[in-house]
Design a binder for this molecule. Structure first.
Ligand SMILES: [Zn+2]
Length: 276
């Protein structure tokens, strides 16, 4: 480790994540609703789209309450800690985002948060979408249906795009119109501009995608209740579309992260959304 980073570490503040990991917040305070850290030359921000911090445990009971007993024992107070976050990364090639948070009509403050970080939506070069749920794509459009990010290219898996064109056709058409010529649908395994590797993380949704950038792994909604699902990845939130595929993806991607020593960034992990 270089001397400068050792000095940097000494100046940073040690924080404990609600799920138990301890990590360093670097560079002092960031604006409310944001959290900053660095990894391999990337400057990374967690941005909270909502103050929501817990969910009812019943969300994890499963079909016919099959997991009720197990889940109640793991969360005896009836609550599971959560968050609603998305991520921004400053790279040497420009600023990119992984998801965009809630729509402003539902309380999202994407533009406000960027401005508090002295970033203009014009500065965003790419937005990598994990999936099409409203708490992930909501920040793409303003209240008039215009593109919030006038210079960004959007990336979404072809499977997810096909799925949302059917399941939420009007909202998808609005996005496709606002970002015409700037929406790229990709297949898994292609390396995207910015050296971002998309990895299939189905089936929270039919094209749900994790993205690897350096030692960072953005996993979207691979987990909704990390305090339960890190201990037992077979537990699903009711939001998972195909439970068995979601379980398989959770096991595969968490093992991949562990075996490659990746930092996992998850939209609904409590606190800062990070698992080291
Ligand atoms: Zn979500």
């Amino acid at each position: 480790m270089a001397l400068s980073s050792i000095i940097g570490m000494a100046q940073s503040e040690m924080i404990s994540n609600p799920i138990g990991s301890v990590f360093a917040r670097e560079g002092g305070e960031t604006p409310a609703g944001t959290f900053r850290f660095t990894s391999g030359g990337y400057e990374v921000y967690t941005i909270h789209s909502s103050d929501k911090s817990s969910q009812p445990v019943s969300l994890y009971y499963g079909e016919n309450n099959v997991d009720k007993e197990k889940v109640d024992a793991m969360a005896p107070d009836g609550c599971v800690p959560t968050s609603m976050s998305y991520f921004l990364v400053k790279t040497t090639d420009g600023i990119v985002m992984f998801d965009t948070g809630l729509p402003s009509a539902k309380g999202g403050k994407t533009e406000e948060h960027l401005s508090s970080l002295n970033i203009s939506p014009k500065d965003i070069k790419a937005v990598y979408l994990t999936h099409g749920h409203f708490d992930h794509i909501g920040g793409l459009l303003d209240n008039d249906g215009n593109a919030v990010f006038p210079n960004a290219t959007l990336y979404i898996s072809s499977d997810e795009l096909a799925s949302i064109r059917t399941s939420m056709s009007e909202a998808t058409a609005r996005i496709e119109k606002a970002y015409i010529g700037r929406l790229v649908a990709f297949g898994f395994g292609e390396i995207l501009p910015g050296n971002v590797l998309p990895i299939s993380a189905k089936d929270h949704t039919p094209g749900h995608t994790a993205y690897r950038l350096g030692q960072l792994l953005f996993v979207g909604d691979l987990m909704h209740g990390a305090s339960l699902q890190l201990l037992d990845p077979t537990i699903c939130a009711n939001y998972d579309a195909d439970r068995q595929q979601a379980i398989d993806s959770r096991n595969r991607i968490l093992s991949y992260a562990v075996s490659n020593s990746l930092t996992v960034l998850c939209a609904h992990v409590p606190g800062n959304g990070i698992i080291f």
